[in-house]
Design a protein. Structure first.
Length: 120
């Protein structure tokens, strides 16, 4: 039961990320961060697909999904922290702490979800 709840929280987080990045893409198009470097924009656009892939992996290959999800969240926290603190985009002042907390959740949940006998 615990594994299902932890997986459900992880899936919900990445599904929310997929929806958020898709919504940003619909509102702002291919270049949502006009003030920032190209890499930041490309990464933001890629998160629509990356977050969705993590959802599928968490549901089908939990250990792989968790590994990819942690990598995606690490990159996301770094990219958004850069946009917030270096580029001065205050729109991330709420998002970065929430994303960092979600990353910490994934790291704490790792032993339970990536164990040798993990099942969905």
């Amino acid at each position: 039961m615990r594994d299902r709840v932890l997986t459900g929280v992880a899936v919900t987080g990445f599904a929310f990320g997929t929806a958020t990045h898709a919504w940003d893409f619909l509102r702002f198009g291919w270049w949502p961060y006009r003030y920032g470097p190209v890499g930041l924009t490309l990464f933001s656009n890629a998160l629509v697909l990356l977050d969705a892939v993590v959802v599928v992996l968490l549901l089908t290959r939990r250990r792989v999904g968790l590994s990819v999800g942690i990598a995606v969240m690490m990159l996301d926290v770094v990219a958004n922290s850069y946009a917030w603190r270096v580029l001065g985009y205050d729109g991330f002042d709420i998002a970065v702490p929430i994303q960092a907390a979600f990353l910490i959740f994934l790291l704490i949940a790792w032993p339970a979800l990536a164990g040798r006998h993990c099942r969905v």
